[in-house]
Design a protein around this ligand. Sequence first.
Ligand SMILES: [Zn+2]
Ligand SMILES: [Zn+2]
Length: 545
Amino acid sequence: MSKKGLRIVPLGGLGEVGKNMTVFEYGDDILLVDAGIMFPENDMLGIDYIIPDFKYLMDKRQRVRGIIITHGHEDHTGAIAHVLEEINAPIYATALTRGLLEVKLGRAGLQQKAQLNTVNAGDTIQIGAFKVEFCHVSHSIPDCVALGITTPAGLIVHTGDYKLDHTPVDNWPTDYAKLAEFAGRGVLALLADSTNADKPGWTPSERVIDPAFDKVFEEASGRILVATFASLISRIQQVGQAALKHGRKMAFAGTSMRENAKMARKLGYLNLPDELLVSIEDALKMKDHEVVLMCTGSQGEPSSIVGRLSAGTNRQFDLKAGDTLVLSSHPIPGNEEHVYRTINRLFQRGAKVVYDPISPVHVSGHASQEEMKFMLNLVKPRYLIPVHGELRHLHQHSVLAQEMGFPAENIAVVENGQAIEFHGDKMELAERVPGGYVFVDGSRVGDIGPAVMREREALARDGFVLVSLNVGANNRLLQEPGIVTRGFVYQQDADELIKDTREQIDQVLEKSNGNLQQDLESRLRNFFYNETKRRPMLFVMVNER
Ligand SMILES: [Zn+2]
Ligand SMILES: [Zn+2]
């Protein structure tokens, strides 16, 4: 790149909901904003989560001057340990976000290595060529910030996740005055949250949830279980208030939620009196109508408490008749089918399940269309880069801006890996860098590529067939071939199919005078497809003596 321009490279969150990560680059200095994960889609079998591909930074890691985390949600913090293993730059975050990072880094054994710095909304710090101002925004977790980044090329505003909630749970609304002040100085480009770009109107305040929870607590005669993200601190506060009002004790099931709540209480972001809280062990001994249990797993993740409850594999306790289970979150786009299947299974196990279309037990933490327009009018950027959303959200954000008279050529709808450069006050698309998925499977990172995913898909869909042969001279069979199938055909059809497979093998043995293994593979592949219209994974092992 030319040394003089400002370059912005989105490495995550553009073209998807999750794993947010953006690179700001000027001359020799690089600033990284957010390091999130994304939850796998249904067809990504055996994958725990996905992190951004940050290969782009590998040969520039010495130039990364700082990492800013805008707030404590997983889609902004979840990949921090993976990033720190490669890039040891100072991290800047507000107190609650820092606390949540510490919990996460502690688990990865990286707390010593991390250089954590606490910042406050209203602070200004210099990170290399970037003067960063932190501006408070409301969302669904306290202590979120938008960023005003003054670069030699101009002022860039990054909203982070936000909504314009006048009555947030922590009574700290978005700092409109600061955003207007940015506008007064002239904003070159705005990177703005697009998650709800297809939702008309204004996202309701978090306060609308209070009456919905009140109703749940009034009506439930048995235990109440509330499932949400472990980092949704505001929601934990609201459930705590309902529990106080209705005389129930509150317990946290699951380590991540318990650790997050402990840390948020210590820092003063969760206001829950000691006498409200009991351990999960004690809660399970109390009468059903005396307790509310906070659980992880609102997305039905198999390893979460709710995932295990739905499958009947939770060790500490089971669902029982009379339980009311509240799912206080929306399915992440792409995850709907899985969440609804989990809800069905929870009903099957005897719980009454309360979820959003049934009762307003969740509101979005993201701005809807009118708020997005408000943000544009407030910040008055020259250029708009829609971020945080699938491609349809980014496009819809662009349409909204154009309806307000924003020129189309001043909007960059781009996906991960598309670099954007500013020369003078001109915005240009530069080259594409890698910006795909890195799959994390158990403790292994990145060695699960698309080829492995295709194999897992094929195995899950059509099963496998194993054929083993011992052959001597002139392709003569030394013993009966071994043919094993799993997950491919019904047992009663298998005998017939194996008999026919045996004939196919004989024909190949007779004719083949080249590569026996290859000939067998191509013949059997066609044969299986013609017979069954399915494509099982095929393993052919030929032992030639
Ligand atoms: Zn968020
Ligand atoms: Zn987010």
